[in-house]
Design a protein around this ligand. Structure first.
Ligand SMILES: [Zn+2]
Length: 416
């Protein structure tokens, strides 16, 4: 029983065409024409493989391979949407790996006890609508109609409107929710998106926990004034205030919160944005992550305090909205152990590690026994056209996924 490299490459190359950029990389934002086309492709492949396709109200695609018994399934897969000018590997590796698992089961006539399903989650990346892992969130029952109306893209189109125009069912979002125990296990194969595996020359990471982000959208309002006629003492410079916040976030994450805390200000919009005008308004985004809830909360509280201090000392208005506040998640012992034992049997070197990036597995962990397998990212680069992983690592990751999927799908007992 063997994973076939050529078939993996074929799926990889086919998927890479949708939204591919001349300079390399890909832009395939959620629900854009590129994403809709890749979904169509996936649907065709799922049909070819004999899977029974279901698409929920949020557009999450599942393809089911029946088992001997009608038990809760083992689900494998990831996502096909990308960030703008992203790479061809993030998300894609988990989907093509899952398709190859089905092919190997099919060609070897293996009927598992439990059904095995391939999933493509909708809208995993936050790039378009400002919220990440929304498809799995909907499955975990954490998104309502009001939320769909709140998430908007740069053109002002709400997720609600977009779902409706693409033929999905935003009014019926509650129906996307999966009951606890209705899925037996979820396993996601994914690129590491960091440098740890490559630096240690280890081909497999077994993810133990996922650091969850808290994200702030911050608006600082000062006063736009003439840069020549306004004395320093009379200014309310929104960008100077924002700069204090940027450096403060870095200091809090580095020195004041926990050992694993990371804090980032990833964007700044400055208005009016002219050389000869004191900046009157700045919007910025803060992203704070940790695998430890208490440490993350410490950082979040410190950032809130700092915003209050900056407002008071500089006489600017600092308003913030918390866009996301997710709890760090521990993945299921059962799945972690299954992956570990299987890696040992196959003599594949591995390490256990936390994930600094968020993944759909963190919401699936609410409703199923969830686990993740990482493969190395070359130079640790991700969310970038230079994102890359070796095909041999994808093949080995898929081999591990195959063996783990079979083990989990052959298990009879229900664990709730
Ligand atoms: Zn991803």
């Amino acid at each position: 029983m063997q994973v076939n490299r050529q078939r993996l490459e074929k799926d990889f190359n086919n998927i890479a065409q949708f939204g591919s950029l001349e300079k390399g990389g890909v832009t395939r934002l959620a629900f854009t024409p590129e994403d809709m086309k890749v979904r169509e492709y996936l649907k065709e492949v799922m049909e070819e493989l004999g899977l029974t396709i279901s698409i929920d109200a949020f557009g999450n695609m599942r393809g089911r391979r029946d088992g001997r018994e009608n038990l809760p399934p083992v689900i494998i897969g990831s996502h096909l949407d990308t960030v703008p000018e992203g790479g061809h590997f993030d998300g894609v590796v988990g989907v093509i790996g899952a398709l190859e698992v089905i092919r190997v089961l099919n060609e070897n006539n293996i009927i598992t006890k439990r059904p095995v399903e391939v999933i493509n989650f909708s809208c995993e990346e936050s790039s378009r609508f400002g919220g990440a892992t929304l498809g799995s969130k909907a499955m975990a029952g954490k998104i309502g109609i009001d939320d769909l109306k709140k998430y908007k893209d740069k053109a002002g189109i709400s997720l609600y409107e977009e779902l409706e125009s693409k033929g999905f069912r935003p009014n019926d979002i509650a129906s996307a929710q999966i009951g606890t125990g209705d899925i037996y296990a979820f396993v996601e194969l994914h690129i590491e998106q960091g440098p740890v595996l490559e630096a240690n020359n280890i081909p497999i990471g077994i993810v133990t926990s996922i650091a969850a982000p808290t994200r702030f959208k911050v608006i600082i309002e000062g006063r736009a004034d003439h840069s020549g006629n306004t004395p320093m003492g009379l200014r309310k410079d929104a960008l100077a205030a924002a700069s204090e916040l940027v450096l403060g976030v870095e200091k809090i994450a580095r020195e004041e919160a926990g050992e694993n805390t990371v804090g980032t200000v990833g964007y700044l919009y400055v208005q009016p944005g002219a050389m000869n005008v004191v900046p009157g308004k700045v919007e910025l985004g803060i992203d704070i992550r940790d695998i430890n809830s208490e440490d993350k909360l410490k950082a979040v509280d410190a950032v809130k305090r700092l915003m209050g201090e900056i407002a008071a000392t500089r006489g600017v208005k600092v308003d913030y909205e918390i866009l996301t506040h997710d709890e760090p998640v521990s993945l299921a012992e059962k799945v972690i152990n299954t992956i570990e034992v299987t890696a040992q049997e196959k003599d594949i070197p591995y390490i256990k590690m936390p994930s600094g990036a968020g993944h759909d597995a963190m919401h699936m962990a609410d409703i199923a026994q969830a686990g993740m397998i990482f493969i190395p990212s070359i130079n640790g680069i991700s969310h970038n056209i230079a994102e890359n992983s070796k095909m041999e690592d994808i093949v080995q990751g898929t081999e591990l996924l195959l063996a783990v999927t079979i083990k989990l799908a052959q298990e009879g007992e229900m664990i709730k």
